[in-house]
Write a new protein. Structure first.
Lengths: 109, 124
């Protein structure tokens, strides 16, 4: 099975900061990653699919990149609404299964 | 705009079967993949499995022996049965539509939209 790690697990930042979250796979993956934002008591919300495609309605300060074993989610200028937990998600084309990263909590510094 | 809504008992006895239904509105259930995902309190997300119109199903290997999914196109619903539950199965259960794309080089699969989630507690 492919294992996913996210770093950092917790990130303290201020409004206006540039924030980068990294998702690493235990082996090179042949599919594109997705990223989600989750706020307490709410369902996850899709931000990025196909590693770098911005979901409709998601602010352009969010961006995604990467391939192989390392993918990143970047928030160019953190806004108050962005304090949340972020998850990466991969699809394993071999097993046809899905794995989520453990999550990165972004909180107020 | 497609919307999903989970329904089912909020309390299940240990060793019994957890049964949930997801109702799809605003779009066709005859396309896409239909997924169940869960999240124990304070923890991360775990994919349970998916079903699609052709009858195909994929399950998380860690749960495969206890999971059954079904699809009822006439009711615009899909369902999850998880047997022999224990306290470890206590979680918020989400249903979600699965999207897929192949760009000629790589596959992409993602979940959108999600239901609001329903808390299922396993306890006597």
């Amino acid at each position: 099975d492919i294992q996913m790690t996210q770093s950092p697990s917790t990130l303290s930042a201020s409004v206006g900061d540039r924030v980068t979250i990294t998702c690493r796979a235990s082996q090179s993956i042949s599919s594109w990653l997705a990223w989600y934002q989750q706020k307490p008591g709410k369902a996850p919300k899709l931000l990025i699919y196909k590693a770098s495609s911005l979901e409709t309605g998601v602010p352009s300060r969010f961006s995604g990149s990467g391939s192989g074993t390392e993918f990143t989610l970047t928030i160019s200028s953190l806004q108050p609404d962005d304090f949340a937990t972020y998850y990466c998600q991969l699809y394993d084309t071999y097993s046809q299964g899905f794995t989520f990263g453990p999550g990165t909590k972004v909180d107020i510094k | 705009q497609v919307q999903l809504q989970e329904s089912g008992p909020g309390l299940v006895q240990p060793s019994e079967t957890l049964s949930l239904t997801c109702t799809v509105s605003g779009g066709s259930i005859r396309s896409y993949f239909w997924n169940w995902i869960r999240q124990p309190a304070g923890r991360g997300l775990e994919w349970i499995g998916r079903i699609y119109l052709t009858g195909g199903k994929n399950y998380n290997p860690s749960l495969k022996s206890r999971v059954t999914m079904s699809l009822d196109t006439s009711k615009h619903q899909f369902s999850l049965n998880l047997s022999s539950v224990t306290a470890a199965d206590t979680a918020v259960y989400y249903c979600a539509r699965g999207m897929e794309d192949f760009d000629g080089d790589r596959w992409s699969n993602w979940f959108d939209p999600w239901g609001q989630g329903t808390l299922v507690t396993v306890s006597s």
